[in-house]
Design a protein around this ligand. Structure first.
Ligand code: C2E
Ligand code: SIN
Ligand code: SIN
Ligand code: FE
Ligand code: FE
Length: 399
């Protein structure tokens, strides 16, 4: 066992302990775990309602580009926590498991390998290291699987006891960060569900999607604009949370408007516009990084690139007698708000609302192209189109 590996693990743990967003964190945990033992692929499951819910898969062979940690797919898959699957077995026994070749598992074992994903993706899984994520109350909160260890020449080899030791050490500490991030996400979801009680259209699924689309658009846009990987990784984490909160200001809108089954009258719509300001007020005191971004997004997500949006320039958010200002324009609108504007409208158009039917996908994309340079920042539209496949897959996952 090399000491340098353990020092490296400590350094990685220090880095990931700053990540507040659960999705970003899991992605990073998986990436780092794979680096520690030099593995080609991996996936993470979290326990949700007695199932192992498949959160992420990363695969260098299929997706290429090792440094680009965004190689996950939005998938929808869960497996029961029982001893029939490898992951389930590890969760039940609370022990790591080394398998040299998943296609040659002894028939005496209760578990077997599910080759469906291999078949779908034309990938061959061989060696697998499965590590349960156990918290300090001895509760299993998930499992991660590291797939196909490689030697210096890229040949697939077996995982060793040393690998398993390092992965366990890493997992034990990573669980602390993971549980904290799960709690943060739960607090935010609770905040959102309070908003949802007021506005049943603003579902958990909608806010999850808007958060996820925004991150995908941002990553592409930021790369295109020369922002470094490190800064992108840091910001996207905060962006997801802040984007999820874009409409919490709707809690302050009266029921008669919020729950209206048909079209809003002119005056009702004017009142509705204040949800941007009410939302911004909720985040106006604290100075934490995501409060600042949440405030920017709440306030500006209905501004339009051509200046025809709302609420426009407001001098004092807390002032009692608020009036809407002249719409902000172009780059005066913060980039995160320009991104969420597109993500939000895309989702609203794809979805059923009390006042509208879902639009067909083609009509939605035509509309977005049409509004490029009017409602939307053209460079944001361009990035959105470039990551279209991911956007569609997010739509499918949280639905
Ligand atoms: P929302 O439902 O989340 O919609 C977000 C944005 O998506 C809208 O912002 C608008 O830009 C776009 N959008 C949604 N549906 C349509 C549509 O059918 N056609 C087009 N072209 N764009 C659409 P907007 O208009 O500023 O509305 C903000 C919020 O006000 C909406 O959020 C919704 O909560 C409420 N709202 C707007 N119009 C109506 C309405 O006629 N009836 C009711 N009950 N609520 C409305
Ligand atoms: C799967 O990919 O279906 C899960 C692998 C396993 O743990 O059996
Ligand atoms: C959903 O499709 O899950 C809800 C629709 C909405 O976001 O209003
Ligand atoms: Fe809004
Ligand atoms: Fe919305």
């Amino acid at each position: 066992m090399e000491d340098s590996k353990i020092i490296e693990i400590l350094r990685i743990l220090e880095n990931i302990s700053h990540i507040k967003d659960i999705d970003t964190l899991l992605e990073q945990v998986l990436l780092e775990a794979r680096k520690i033992v030099n593995a080609e692929a991996g996936s993470v499951f979290l326990i949700k309602k007695n199932y192992l819910s498949f959160e992420y898969v990363q695969n260098d062979f299929l997706h290429g580009d090792y440094e680009n940690s965004s190689d996950y797919m939005y998938t929808k898959k869960k497996i029961p926590v029982d001893n029939k699957s490898i992951a389930g077995y590890a969760a039940l026994t609370k022990k790591s498991l080394i398998i040299d070749d998943v296609y040659n598992i002894s028939i005496n074992k209760p578990y077997s390998f599910n080759s469906r994903f291999d078949k779908l993706s034309n990938y061959i899984t061989k060696s697998v290291l499965t590590v349960p994520l156990i918290n300090n109350r001895e509760k299993v909160i998930g499992v991660f699987q590291i797939i196909n260890a490689k030697d210096k020449n890229g040949k697939v080899i077996s995982f060793t006891e040393d690998d398993s030791f390092l992965a366990d050490l890493f997992a034990k500490q990573a669980v602390i960060a993971i549980e904290k991030a799960i709690m943060t996400r739960e607090i935010i979801l609770r905040m959102i569900s309070i908003a949802e009680l007021r506005d049943p259209q603003e579902t958990g699924a909608h806010v999850n999607r808007v958060g996820a689309y925004s991150v995908e658009i941002y990553k592409h846009w930021a790369k295109k604009n020369g922002i470094t990987e490190k800064v992108i990784n840091y910001n996207k984490d905060i962006l997801r949370i802040a984007a999820m909160l874009h409409d919490v200001g709707k809690v302050a809108i009266s029921d008669s408007i919020l729950k209206k089954k048909g079209k809003l009258s002119e005056t009702e719509y004017e009142e509705m516009k204040f949800h941007t300001i009410y939302g911004a007020r909720l985040f106006s005191n604290s100075g934490s990084e995501w409060d600042d971004m949440a405030r920017e997004i709440s306030l500006n997500h209905h501004e339009k690139w051509d200046g025809n949006g709302y609420p426009g320039c407001i001098n004092d958010l807390k002032c009692e007698e608020l009036n809407l200002g002249n719409g902000k324009k172009g780059d005066d609108i913060p980039i995160y708000a320009r991104i969420v504007a597109l993500a939000d409208v895309f989702d609203a158009l794809m979805s059923q609302r009390w006042y509208k039917e879902p639009w067909p996908e083609k009509k939605v994309f035509d509309f977005i192209h049409e509004e490029s340079g009017k409602h939307f920042d053209p460079s944001v539209v361009e990035s959105f189109i470039q990551v279209k496949d991911r956007i569609i897959s997010i739509w499918g996952k949280f639905n």
